[in-house]
Design a protein around this ligand. Structure first.
Ligand code: PXG
Length: 465
């Protein structure tokens, strides 16, 4: 049944009034935006009544799937009881307090480092701004104000505010914003397919890539470096999964120089990699953990930072006001929604499900993609997956980026009822953690169909020659 929505009318208003994020406005105005109107389980419907399998969980966030009534009920009840009150001026509210305690209980202890405290924001970007403020405050309180530099990674993503975009290593974002802001610098990413040397093992590459951090620290002077920030698995950069040797070596280096470690888990936490928090999967010990997105499964904006006791103890014991916070820090409705969402994840054991059941099944099905003539490499980690489209499988030769092969593939996905993202010529997925095996099969059949169509296009256009 076609919903009673006038698509052309919405598109005209959209073009006239709505400037979309990360969008070429002129181009979108010429095409008209696709209008999404409802969603259920793992599917989204547009205003023309077309059903799409959402293999991106919205934007890496709808981990419990769409249409969860108990989350909506939690929001309704909280809105009727206390829709808003601030957390400034020595005031708190029940959901924000309960959620902080809940997150502390879910975050695994890592030796002497444990997570007992939460600082709230409304997004991943804001949370990383808070990280910059907190890291600098920490070193100031310890009498080392010269420790200002934060090291991020090229092709890392940490948000779109001035600090978030600076911590990230997206050259296009830096170019438009006169970024990075001072005292933020970058090392290269652990992307074996692109940066590995011929004959080098993945393990050896992982050590070499982590070594870039030590080189950078020595170049800058260790006493000037405040922190290193990284995603456990790079998401927006194209699902870049580091070699097994990478994180242990990073840990060794940050420990050696006493540098704070920030694990940006905006994508990777809350079951995405088969654990509540991804540092547990890779076995490292961060001091600060950024979260957002799936803490509410995207039903309402909420973000924050888990503050480990190394930092929290200093901030608390040294005293003095921390001059930073947001109107919506600890928003009662957002926190009530998060509690209802985490209840679902716990009851349905979604992290375990990813680790023991659907994660391994997705990995097995993804392995089959390696036989496709267009796929140079395909990997999963928990419930994210990425593959690279190549011109020549044998030589690993990639396509000329100007051809936009990834966008061609994305176009076929859209046309065939599948949402899969293209990052350059990497095709990536991050589906809801509720998927059944049958739904994984349904998704894989669509992926193969769209790869076949893209391959046929590449053949007919002579791009494979
Ligand atoms: N850190 C990480 C690791 C992220 O993935 C942010 C911070 C910023 O979060 P907010 O809530 O401020 O957007 C993100 C967000 C993409 C895409 O194209 C990814 C994100 C956002 C927008 C687009 O894959 N991740």
């Amino acid at each position: 049944m076609k919903p009673a929505i006038d698509t052309a009318d919405i598109q005209a208003q959209d073009s006239a009034h709505f400037l979309h994020p990360f969008t070429d406005f002129k181009d979108l105005n010429q095409r008209g935006a696709r209008v999404m109107t409802r969603a259920e389980d793992i599917y989204v419907w547009d205003s023309e009544g077309r059903r799409v399998l959402d293999a991106m969980s919205g934007l890496w966030c709808v981990n419990v799937g769409y249409g969860r009534k108990e989350i909506a009920d939690a929001a309704y009840q909280q809105m009727m009881a206390l829709p808003y009150y601030n957390s400034f001026f020595q005031t708190t509210n029940v959901p924000a307090t309960r959620l902080a305690a809940k997150l502390a209980s879910l975050a695994p202890d890592v030796g002497e480092r444990s997570f007992k405290h939460v600082f709230y924001s409304s997004s991943g970007s804001e949370s990383n701004d808070s990280n910059v403020r907190m890291v600098r405050r920490y070193w100031d309180l310890l009498g080392q104000p010269q420790r200002k530099i934060i090291i991020g990674r090229i092709n890392g993503y940490h948000g779109s505010t001035m600090a978030g975009a600076s911590l990230g290593g997206m050259s296009g974002m830096h170019a438009q914003g006169d970024l990075p802001i001072p005292n933020i610098t970058h090392i290269d990413q652990p992307y074996f397919f692109e940066n590995g040397r011929p004959g080098e093992s993945e393990e050896a590459f992982g050590l070499r890539a982590a070594g870039w951090l030590e080189e950078k620290i020595l170049e800058l002077g260790a006493d000037k470096v405040a922190a290193f920030i990284a995603e456990p698995v790079q998401g927006a950069g194209g699902v870049i999964i580091p070699p097994s040797t990478y994180w242990p070596e990073i840990q060794r280096i940050v420990d050696k120089y006493g540098i704070l470690l920030i694990s940006d888990e905006v994508i990777c936490a809350f079951g995405r990699l088969g654990h509540w928090f991804a540092y547990e999967k890779f076995g490292y010990k961060p001091d600060l953990v950024t979260f957002a997105k799936a803490v509410t499964s995207g039903y309402i904006p909420l973000g924050g930072v888990l503050v480990g006791n190394r930092v929290a103890d200093v901030l608390i014991e040294k005293g003095g006001e921390f001059n930073h916070g947001y109107t919506y820090s600890g928003h009662p409705v957002a926190c009530a929604v998060a509690l209802a969402n985490l209840d679902i994840m716990e009851r349905e054991q979604l992290p375990q499900r990813v680790r023991d059941d659907i994660g391994p099944y997705l990995a097995k099905r993804f392995e089959e993609l390696k036989a496709h003539p267009l796929v140079g490499d395909a990997q999963t980690c928990g419930f994210v997956g990425g593959m690279v489209l190549v011109k020549n499988k044998q030589t690993r030769e990639t396509f000329n980026p100007d051809l936009g092969v990834g966008m061609v593939c994305r176009g076929h996905c859209f046309g065939n009822g599948l949402i899969m993202r293209a990052v350059g010529d990497r095709m990536i997925i991050a589906p809801p953690l509720t998927m059944t095996h049958a739904q994984i099969d349904e998704m894989m059949a669509l992926i193969v169909k769209c790869l076949d169509l893209t391959y046929a296009d590449a053949q007919s256009k002579g791009w494979l020659a």
